[in-house]
Write a protein that binds this ligand. Structure first.
Ligand SMILES: Nc1ncnc2c1ncn2[C@@H]1O[C@H](COP(=O)(O)OP(=O)(O)O)[C@@H](O)[C@H]1O
Ligand SMILES: [Mg+2]
Length: 343
């Protein structure tokens, strides 16, 4: 649970302190007033990363050189300091109680489940979005997963460079072995955890009188598979198998015996209900793994949802600390006893 944040030169906020309720906080403001930016700062304190910036420097106020984002939890001060690229300075520093931390040790102290309009395309959009869902969920609860992902991504870049050079410069293939081992070791861990998460999600399929499930479309990585694809990989100059090619598919139950692919057969409304189901299962997963209630961050989603969908979201708002943003004052009436913040 987060008690307050203090933003300095973060996005459009020169200086901004916000106190949060331990139950519900509603942030109201017109378009471009910085609602999503506030949730981005909270996500940054949670994960050490932005959920939308391509380059982290984007988060620093236009005319500033340095941004500070700090948050107070009970007994824990989190801080992220972002600087522009000046020689000798790290561009991002992450601190817990004033002590510098590596990303994998900073992340996971403050747990959040974030839900915004961009999630509403999760069923139909590209696999990278669904992989990001798996990674951000598992990264919250598992330090070893965070480490494995960083190591895998680094190894993947090196191996791809090598494949390219084997093709272009004809250098020896021997060096592939080292990277193969590294990718297999981390890849096994990553797909194992993803499998567990997917099984957990499927352990409760019901929502609003409908049943959903997801199925893991796993791209396994092993010596055998890498051997099988090595010629194709050299020709392509890139690694073709492994968890970076994973995906999962949504299915909806259509009668007692049958399920169907939600992306192909589901209505828009059913697809959205499937996404709500997934997000609620994410919330349950983080709770189950950590014995803590994550903070629920809802970014301007009510205007995007119709009644049955809204009711599903309303039904869980009281279960944990929740921070909601909205541009529409009219939704405020739905939330009694909330801490109201106007931008
Ligand atoms: N680095 C930055 N410095 C100053 N302002 C920024 C920066 N990045 C984004 N903004 C401003 O933030 C505003 C958008 O904030 P956002 O949180 O998306 O608004 P909302 O969610 O309330 O619609 C835009 O006006 C944009 O110009
Ligand atoms: Mg917004």
């Amino acid at each position: 649970m987060i008690n307050s944040i203090n933003l300095q030169n973060f996005r459009n906020f020169k200086k901004k302190v916000i106190d949060f309720s331990e139950k519900l906080t509603v942030i109201v403001g017109p378009n471009a007033s910085g609602k999503t930016n506030i949730l981005e700062s909270l996500y940054l304190l949670s994960s050490g990363k932005s959920f939308k910036a391509q380059i982290e420097e984007e988060m620093i106020g236009y005319t500033a050189e340095i941004a500070r984002i700090s948050g107070k939890m009970i007994g824990l001060d989190l801080e992220a300091i972002l600087t522009r690229d000046v020689d000798g300075w790290p561009k991002k520093r992450l601190l817990v109680n004033g002590v510098p931390k590596r990303l994998i040790d900073f992340a996971g102290n403050f747990k959040v489940v974030l839900f915004g309009p961009w999630d509403l395309d999760l069923v139909t959009e590209s696999p990278s979005l669904r992989r990001r869902f798996l990674d951000s969920t598992l990264s919250q609860v598992d330090r070893e997963y965070r480490r494995a992902i960083l190591s895998y991504d680094k190894g993947l870049r090196q191996r791809n460079r090598l494949l390219f050079r084997i093709r272009e410069e004809g250098i020896s293939r021997g060096q592939l072995l080292f990277w193969n081992q590294l990718l297999i070791k981390n890849g096994d861990y990553i797909s194992g955890r993803r499998e567990e998460l997917i099984n957990f999600i499927n352990s409760k399929k019901d929502i609003n009188n409908t049943k959903f499930e997801i199925s893991y479309d796993k791209s396994s990585i092993s010596e055998g598979r890498l051997k099988q694809y090595v010629e194709e990989e050299i020709a392509a100059g890139t690694t073709l198998v492994g968890p970076h090619r994973d995906d999962f598919l949504f299915r909806i139950q259509v009668n007692k015996k049958e399920t169907r692919d939600l992306a192909t057969y589901g209505s828009r409304g059913e697809q959205r209900m499937g996404i709500l189901w997934l997000k609620l299962r994410e919330l349950a997963f983080v709770e189950d793994k950590t014995n803590e209630n994550p903070t629920l961050l809802l970014d301007d989603i009510f205007s995007e949802l119709d009644h049955p969908h809204r009711d599903v979201v309303f039904s869980v708002v009281g279960n944990q600390q929740t921070i909601i943003t909205t541009a529409d004052e009219h939704f405020i009436k739905s939330f009694k006893n909330s801490n109201l913040i106007k931008l």
